[in-house]
Design a protein around this ligand. Structure first.
Ligand code: BGC
Length: 333
């Protein structure tokens, strides 16, 4: 059980019945540190977490204090934030790691204070998760996103083949916009989307690939360079997330190229802005990464851990992993 911050004024009540060790607190405190608060997907996930907190408060009648900090790309800053959360009496901490290979300090501190940790979105390696029984991970079914992106491109090719394959050579010339180096989603999506297209029997030719760090502006400038080099030879833009796909669209808009001449652009996430671009027809497809669902499951888990209840309530849980499924979203005429 977490170190209850009586000194910090936290109160808890024991419910009379229930399983041994099961108790409800009427006031819990959760500390959250995100790797970058300006990341579109993360910002949206945090909005959902705040909504989930309100819903849970209504449902339970208790109070939940959510303290959110931005690590702004610094692992050492994040380590300090977690240390502060623990000292200020947080019952649980939720960590969106800056460097997913470097959770040691956080794990050591949390373990010595007996405060459970829920890592989310940026996945630590299994050996690290195994280091203590109160470490959890909430995220998506990683492989699925890349596979689904490839499948939608293959489906679109079957439906609108000639329009995708502009030069009619039977090969899809593509460029790949990759997320951060070393991020589990960037690695998996890059590999699986292309392989799935090839497995569907569609020959491809890579014109270029670049790391744009999940970032719209960086993706726009990469896309501008490719447009100068390859012009309308580019038939497909595969992007590891929606924000970078939107950056590619920004490049086409800035060049005043008509929508009908855009290549097929595919993202992943289904963020609000991504879905708007699908409506507009500039984004051909995306794969919905259920950030709201992840936030909800994370809150349930945090609440149960803080209340020391059994974790049977949390959906999609396998061992200490909670992984939510994706959904395909495609523009249709
Ligand atoms: C999302 C990206 C986001 C990244 C942050 C990924 O799962 O698809 O949009 O930038 O997580 O870690």
């Amino acid at each position: 059980m977490a170190v209850f911050g009586l000194a910090a004024g936290l109160m808890f009540v024991l419910t009379g019945c229930g399983r041994t060790g099961e108790r409800e607190k009427n006031s819990i405190k959760i500390g959250v540190s995100v790797y970058d608060q300006y990341d579109t997907f993360i910002a949206q996930l945090m909005e959902s977490l705040e909504e989930a907190v309100k819903e849970k408060e209504m449902e339970t009648g208790g109070s939940i204090t959510l303290e959110v900090q931005n690590a702004a790309g610094s692992q050492s800053e994040q380590n300090n934030q977690i240390e502060d959360f623990i000292h200020s009496g947080c019952d649980v901490v939720c960590v969106n790691l800056v460097d997913r290979t470097d959770p040691t300090m956080i794990i050591d501190k949390a373990k010595s204070a007996d405060v459970p940790v829920i890592f989310f979105n940026r996945e630590l390696v299994e050996e690290d998760l195994e280091r203590w029984e109160k470490l959890y991970y909430v995220g998506a079914v990683t492989l699925e996103s890349g596979i689904m992106q490839g499948e939608i491109v293959a489906e679109a090719y079957k439906d609108y083949g000639k329009r995708l394959d502009k030069n009619g050579d039977g090969i899809l010339q593509y460029v790949m916009l990759e997320g951060e180096a070393g991020h589990q989603d960037a690695i998996i999506r890059t590999e699986y989307s292309v392989n799935t297209i090839i497995e569907a029997g569609i020959p491809v030719e890579k014109l270029g690939h670049a790391i744009a760090n999940w970032n719209r502006g960086q993706a726009q400038s990469k896309m501008q360079q490719w447009m100068e080099t390859f012009g309308d030879k580019i038939e497909l833009v595969l992007s590891n997330n929606d924000d970078m796909a939107l950056g590619a669209i920004d490049a086409y808009k800035a060049a005043e190229i008509p929508l009908s001449e855009y290549p097929f652009i595919a993202g992943i996430d289904g963020t609000k802005v991504g879905l708007e671009a699908i409506q507009e027809g500039s984004l051909g497809a995306t794969v919905f990464n259920d950030g709201a669902g992840q936030a909800k499951e994370m809150l349930k888990l945090a609440y149960d851990l803080a209340a020391d209840k059994s974790l049977a309530d949390v959906e999609y849980m396998e061992g200490r992993y909670v992984r939510l499924p994706h959904q395909k979203v495609r523009w249709k005429e």
